[in-house]
Design a protein. Structure first.
Length: 344
């Protein structure tokens, strides 16, 4: 079964073809970073318009790269939410139109489900069950994953997510958009131990997160310092160390509380090298194993949507695989509210 995946939840247009027999056939991605950098953040209307311009050429590009004809596709998966409503509508409408025209089953995929399943595209890959640390854009969550569609929320951020804190702290340090990657790069030049920032909710006794106060602590520190390149790097490193320590401890606590021995890390912040090194070392010490998606699949992409769609279609009854005669998008969508596939 070949599934066409369409991702347009925010500022990246991602298209992919996934074959349940041969794996990922091809994928293409267009990032809007250059366009939005002029404004210091994502402009929703501009994002939607750019998706309209890019989506059909990218579908053609992906088909050509896979040496696949449109008629060879067996199903279509598109991101239904959460995300920017206008951006989601572009992908959903194209996916539904192709489904109707080609008489193919189509299904809307939860953006975060795509992320948490994305490490299964890599080798080695985890098996169910596992704990997933989702650190994607506006989300920081720990999920217990027992199977496709079987997700239990263990903890989440109560204010700014880790990705948001990275971007906002980067702005305080005068870095460009997107700030998270720029801050991580600057932190590599930092001097360890010069600054010590708080670890919010590190010992809260639960698995929730809070990074808004950490951002405020950076603001206070910046206002007290004579800023130069080295000071900025030292603050960036201190901030990154604080986030990494909190994410690591909460993840290990989730493993300990559930008795699980596999941890999956997914989402844009999951590409952070210090986080990867720290989690890898700590999980080995505790007897657990951590899995990451390939770096190219940490950010939003079509491959994770095509893969999640394929897994859901394989887990559902054929009678429930219907052509999309209508569609909706969900700008806000609780991952725990997903329907479990019919035969699970």
């Amino acid at each position: 079964m070949i599934v066409l995946g369409i991702e347009t939840s925010c500022d990246e247009t991602g298209i992919a073809l996934y074959d349940t027999q041969r794996g990922l056939l091809s994928h293409a991605l267009h990032s809007q970073i250059e366009m939005h950098s002029e404004y210091g953040g994502v402009v929703p209307e501009l994002a939607s318009r750019d998706h309209i311009r890019r989506i059909l050429p990218l579908i053609k590009q992906t088909l050509t790269a896979a040496k696949c004809e449109l008629q060879e596709i067996d199903a279509i998966a598109y991101t239904q939410g959460p995300g920017l409503a206008g951006a989601l509508l572009v992908g959903a409408s194209v996916g539904a139109a192709l489904s109707f025209a080609l008489k193919l089953p189509a299904l809307g995929i939860h953006h975060l489900e795509g992320h948490l399943l994305s490490p299964l595209l890599s080798t080695p890959s985890p098996s169910f069950p596992f704990i997933a640390l989702l650190v994607s854009g506006g989300h920081t969550q720990l999920m217990q994953v027992s199977g496709v569609g079987q997700y239990k929320l263990l903890g989440e951020t109560v204010d700014d997510a880790a990705g948001e804190a990275f971007d906002k702290t980067a702005k305080l340090l005068g870095l460009g958009y997107p700030g998270g990657a720029a801050l991580s790069k600057l932190a590599q030049q930092g001097q360890p131990g010069r600054f010590k920032l708080p670890r919010p909710m590190l010992n809260s006794g639960d698995l929730n997160f809070s990074f808004s106060g950490l951002k405020t602590a950076v603001l206070t520190l910046v206002n007290k310092q004579e800023m130069n390149q080295q000071t900025r790097a030292d603050i960036a490193l201190a901030f990154q160390e604080a986030v990494v320590e909190v994410l690591t401890k909460k993840s290990l606590t989730a493993l300990s509380q559930t008795g699980f021995t596999q941890l999956v890390v997914a989402g844009g912040v999951g590409a952070n090298q210090q986080l990867r090194e720290n989690l890898t070392n700590k999980t080995v010490d505790s007897g657990a194993t951590v899995f990451y998606p390939e770096l190219e699949f940490c950010t939003d992409n079509g491959a994770m949507i095509a893969f999640a769609g394929a897994m859901r279609l394989q887990a559902s009854d054929e009678e429930n695989q219907q052509t999309a005669n209508s569609f909706t998008v969900k700008a806000r969508w609780d991952l725990e509210m997903l329907d479990i596939p019919a035969n699970r």
